[in-house]
Design a protein around this ligand. Sequence first.
Ligand code: FAD
Length: 420
Amino acid sequence: MDWNEFGFLVPHEINDCTDESDCLSVCPFNPFPEETVKTETEIANLFFPDDTTTKKLEKLGKYKNTYVGYSNEFRATSSSGGIASYVTKQLFERNIIEYVVNVQQVGEKFEYSINKKGNPVVKSSKTRYYPVTMDKVFQKIEELDGNVAIVSIPCFLKGVRLAQYQRPALKEKINFTIGIICGGVKSKFFTEYLTQKAGAFNDDVEKVEYRVKNLDSTAGDYSFGVKVAGKEDLKTVKMRSLGDMWGTGLFKCNACDFCDDVSGELADIALGDAWIRPYVNDGGGTNVMITRSNLADTIIKQGMSNGDLHADDLPESEFIRSQKGSFTHRQDCLPYRADKLSNIENIPPKRPRKKRLSPEVKLIQKKRRETRKQSLLIWKDNPNVDFFDLKMKPYLKSLRSITKFNHYKRGIIDRMKRMF
Ligand SMILES: Cc1cc2nc3c(=O)[nH]c(=O)nc-3n(C[C@H](O)[C@H](O)[C@H](O)COP(=O)(O)OP(=O)(O)OC[C@H]3O[C@@H](n4cnc5c(N)ncnc54)[C@H](O)[C@@H]3O)c2cc1C
């Protein structure tokens, strides 16, 4: 993998790679997959038997149960409720795995690493919104003595499942997957932008923290922090003060607009943030969880009963509500983007989804695509926050206006529906 000019890691060809050749067979965005692994639906059928994943919804795929809560041990040192770190620790303690493959800080950058049993789990806690690649560590997995868990976002896990499909030995070796629910991968420009916003220069950075929690406030009121060489304190900037960095598509990878897996459909357990009341009022952070294997479900249920976890069952409708924006953008609006707003020739096959979109939702989609593209072009040419903010202003202003109008209209329609 190499860095491209827009701050993303992209594969480079080693040998000839034609449409039919094997090199695409583990690519999560392969436009020509075999029928048996055509979409997440077919792949989930290969990995999760119906008698385990007894429930199924178009939005969530196959699953067993949904929960909400946090780990008493890991919450304070994690991005959200610390369930990813808790489940990792449990897998080691139960001798299910000898290794975990996850993302951690190496120098001032982030990388996929192989962590052996005995290493402190907390070393790799916290989520990093920075491009990473699994290519180097993945090649070593088969040589490891013992089983392996992988922690990753849905598209990477799709690649892992496709590799397991190709090489059955990997199916036994990688015996647990933890999915990190993902609203989109950001270019490294995102981190450069936040670093400057926090008042630091990119060359001086020793360490960055994407989520410095505010325990006296709400879960959404967190800061980005940067530690500069030779200084003790973190320089921070409140994310809220920067406007909407997620819904607008700023610095987002193009492929993410063509991914409809919101709930980590191929993971034994997938975890996100509980962006719903009352949990969102707690600045400590709370996870939503969705289980798909018996072991994952047992770990959560036992954690709830022995007091390791402060957690409850969560109705699936609430799970969906916690990721509402992502479901609308990634599932409802994907067919429109694919049909009208993309110049990509070969979009990978997607599950059919029928949703009539209003003209303003279509316009929002168009403006988000434009905002995403412009943010990458503008930062590439001049990586300076003041210049960037000035140049992005018209794009963000018109996107904000139409989004506001859409919320207002939807609010009126919802109120009328409740009245009649
Ligand atoms: C790119 C990205 C987008 C996200 N978008 C959403 C979203 O739209 N909605 C939502 O609810 N939640 C989203 N999250 C997930 C959320 O922020 C929490 O990370 C998740 O709920 C797990 O919290 P935790 O406290 O249990 O994790 P922790 O206990 O802090 O552990 C985090 C785990 O994630 C691993 N990790 C860190 N960075 C990455 C990375 N870049 N890729 C893969 N694994 C990584 C770590 O190694 C660690 O194992 C996103 C996370 C990422 C990385």
